[in-house]
Write a protein that binds this ligand. Structure first.
Ligand SMILES: Nc1ncnc2c1ncn2[C@@H]1O[C@H](COP(=O)(O)OP(=O)(O)OP(=O)(O)O)[C@@H](O)[C@H]1O
Ligand SMILES: [Mg+2]
Length: 294
């Protein structure tokens, strides 16, 4: 197993308020697997990813990543774990705007004291992996959003970590660029054998994985293979989509209620309603694609 999570609990305390973000979550990911993590906003996806990646600490429970029991590590050991075992890709590209694509990929290696000649060689390899050889000298502002995320992926791979954690890596991209970035993540999974856990709101993106885990209220609610991967897949997947649509309908109703009750501004109402409706139509489209009329 690449990742084993048992009875994971995370409680955030803000003054006198306690938020239980994870409520006894269990999951496993096999070596070389690519898994999508989906679920409503606030369900605990980022919290889970941050604990697996050693960026945050669990309140209770057990997390093992390859041979390391992450939940037992001291702060110093966590730093080492993050450096050697995990590559992170975030929603907003964390590239340095004044550095070129090649320099952004080089940076983590400079920090680790990798010799110059070796750095050069590694940059070339990684820039090739993400198909950006002719963009090496471009700064982030001179690259498309999708290209920037591919540079971020290359930078996450510099230390050759066996596990890649991606938190909505396509969140700010249009459909076409999202597709391209996901194709590169799949390629890194298949060709470099990296284990990947990817959080996404987009069902089309989620389907690129071997398995889709749906998290709700801090626990895993469903675990399905995407369409085509298995005979039972489509029906379960359609059920999951229907469940998500029902959830959005409930959120829309609640939104109407809140607006009528004067609990939000008109702008806020329109913005949130538009977002929910967009997500709903993507899910609906996906259902139609499966031949399910809802
Ligand atoms: N640093 C924090 N302090 C207090 N509460 C937090 C903190 N981070 C997250 N939370 C709370 O924990 C819960 C889970 O948050 P999390 O960020 O994991 O959700 P998410 O599934 O990633 O949501 P989204 O899809 O919006 O990114 C939420 O209720 C959130 O408000
Ligand atoms: Mg999140």
């Amino acid at each position: 197993m690449a990742v084993v999570v048992k009875d994971l609990v995370k409680i955030y305390t803000l003054g006198s308020v306690e938020v239980q973000a994870l409520r006894g979550l269990n999951m496993t990911v096999e070596k070389g697997e690519m898994v999508s993590l989906i679920g409503p906003s606030g369900s605990g996806k980022t919290t889970l990813l941050n604990i697996i990646g050693g960026l945050d600490r669990a309140s209770a429970g057990y997390v093992k990543v390859f041979e390391t029991e992450v939940t037992k590590l001291s702060p110093a050991e966590l730093v080492e774990f993050r450096r050697t075992t995990v590559g992170h890709v975030f929603q907003t590209m964390n590239l340095i705007p004044t550095l070129t694509a090649a320099e952004n990929v080089e940076l983590p290696m400079v920090a680790l004291g990798v010799p110059k000649a070796e750095r050069r060689k590694r940059i070339e390899e990684l820039i090739d992996v993400v198909g950006l050889r002719d963009r090496m000298g471009h700064k982030p502002g001179e690259l498309s959003g999708g290209e920037q995320q591919r540079v971020a992926l290359a930078a996450a791979l510099t230390n050759d970590p066996p596990l890649i954690l991606a938190d909505e890596p396509t969140g700010e991209l249009d459909t076409v660029n999202a597709r391209i970035v996901v194709d590169y993540l799949s390629k890194v999974n298949r060709e470099l054998g990296k284990t990947i856990i990817m959080v996404t709101h987009d069902p089309a993106v989620a389907r690129a994985a071997d398995r889709i885990l749906r998290i709700q209220d801090g626990v895993i609610k469903t675990d399905v293979a995407p369409v085509g991967a298995e005979v039972a897949g489509p029906a379960v997947y359609a059920e999951m989509l229907k469940g998500r649509i029902a959830e959005i309908d409930a959120q829309l109703a609640k939104l109407d209620e809140d607006f009528r009750g004067g609990r939000m501004t008109g702008d806020e109402y329109v913005e949130r309603q538009t977002r929910l409706k967009q997500t709903r139509s993507v899910l609906q489209e996906e259902l139609h694609r499966l031949g399910v009329v809802h």
